[in-house]
Design a protein around this ligand. Structure first.
Ligand SMILES: *Cc1c(COP(=O)(O)O)cnc(C)c1O
Length: 429
């Protein structure tokens, strides 16, 4: 869905002009489109045919309370990776009974919180963890619902930092020993074996690794259903998005060279539903990036142009502390001027931030229309793993966040003040 587009020479999000938003709220500024988030949620929740399936949004992708509330109102469940995220879900009006709790390192306090709130399943990543859950559940007089996360040893063919389904990754229990793990867990007095989970990686742009993993794991699911009466199989998240061509292309001559094909829900569904349907149990999906990635942009302003002997640098007021994907895993973001370019002229520039690190760049040798100090640009596809990974490095306050709904722009997080930024710090007497 293309909620970001040019209108009367200026970039808009739905019915809101981004230049005006930047005037009002300053930059750097995260801007999300409500219509896009809802569209993505509905496409996925309606897109899986007659499968009995549930969407548990991967909270970590964008955990602003307003975003969580939007999805809670739609009836979504949530995949969480910390007690903090469970706290957010409740504050946002989400239902803990629709939460699955993932993560390799759940603490005692987090397990207690999950049990107290009655989450749907602990997605367990080791036998040591299930042993501790059993003890804590016993102390609390409860039976803990668990699923093992199986590591199917499948290559997701994505960046190594976001690949999770190979034997050398820290995630899940090895496919080769998973049956024994279930046997031992099922014998524990305070454990109820409820499902099986897997998640092979993030930003997958082909359906092949999903198919390979489901084909490998399906016989195991049938066996576990038979033996322990498990009720769900979670196939994880990981549906990739196209980090290019996220803008309605319009007539701009410089903007016609994109041809990367997205992994569509139609294809995902057409290939997976026939494999999943015969299993006859509830299928859970845990999409993060797919739901919110292309629903957000980071708006920023050009501070200076610097023409070096080898390169042209455009120094902007957003930095790696605001959006770390390029520095962390070479993430790509398309970049477009807020003011619509008048012709097809471009030059190759580096877009860099003010932080004192050479890794603080958003694009290198990127062909972009000419830019001047004071021009605004938008880094596209910044709705997932954007703000949530922001930090205060270089004592830079966190940016504000806006949720656009039609012609209305809601502030969903105030820009952090410098006083807020140092609020927890103390100088010893
Ligand atoms: C991060 C994560 C997801 C979401 O991944 P996306 O690539 O954003 O869809 C789903 N499940 C688990 C267990 C995760 O850790």
């Amino acid at each position: 869905m293309h909620s970001f587009h040019y209108e009367n020479g200026s970039l808009q999000c739905e019915g809101v002009n981004l230049d005006n938003l930047a005037d009002q709220h300053g930059t750097p500024l995260y801007v999300y489109s409500k219509a896009t988030i809802l569209d993505h949620y509905r496409r996925l929740s309606d897109g899986m045919g007659e499968l009995d399936c549930e969407v548990c949004y991967a909270t970590k992708a964008n955990s602003n309370l307003a975003v969580l509330n939007l999805l809670a109102e739609e009836g979504a469940g949530f995949d969480i990776v910390s007690g903090g995220e469970l706290f957010r879900i409740e504050k946002a009006g989400g239902d803990p009974a629709k939460c699955t709790f993932a993560g390799v390192g759940k603490t005692r306090a987090e397990i207690e919180l999950g049990l107290e709130k009655g989450i749907y399943s602990f997605n367990v990543e080791s036998e040591a963890e299930v042993a501790l859950i059993n003890v804590i559940a016993g102390e609390m007089g409860k039976k803990a619902p668990v699923a093992f996360r199986v590591n199917p040893n499948v290559d997701a063919k994505t960046h190594k930092y976001i690949s999770t389904g190979k034997s050398e990754n820290k995630f899940g229990v090895d496919f080769s020993v998973i049956r024994e793990a279930y046997e031992r867990a099922a014998a524990l007095p305070n454990i109820e074996v409820r499902g099986l989970q897997m998640h092979i990686g993030s930003q997958l742009t082909s359906s092949n690794p999903f198919v390979e993993a489901v084909e490998k794991v399906a016989p195991l699911v049938e066996e576990l259903k038979e033996k322990y009466g498990i009720e769900f199989f979670s196939i994880g998240g990981g549906i990739g998005i196209v980090y290019e061509d996220t803008l309605a292309s319009g007539d701009s001559a410089w903007w016609d060279k994109r041809d990367e094909k997205p992994l569509t829900i139609e294809e995902y569904s057409a290939r997976l539903v026939p494999l999943l349907k015969p299993l006859g149990l509830k299928i859970i999906m845990e999409p993060g990036r797919f739901m919110v990635g292309n629903a957000g942009v980071l708006l920023t302003e050009v501070l200076y142009e610097k023409r070096g002997s080898a390169k042209i640098f455009q120094i902007i007021d957003a930095a790696m502390n605001d959006l770390i994907r390029p520095a962390l895993y070479e993430g790509h973001h398309d970049i477009v001027p807020v003011k619509e370019p008048v012709d097809g002229t471009t030059e190759a520039v580096d877009i860099v931030g003010p932080v004192c690190e050479s890794g603080d760049f958003f694009a290198q040798n990127r062909e972009l229309p000419p830019l001047d100090s004071g021009d605004r640009i938008a880094l596209l596809s910044a709705g997932a793993y954007g703000f949530v990974m922001a930090s205060n490095y270089n004592t830079r306050p966190m940016p504000a966040e806006i949720l656009v709904d039609g012609k209305v722009a809601h502030v969903i997080r105030k820009r952090q003040s410098l006083d807020d930024l140092i609020a927890g710090e103390m100088i010893p007497e």
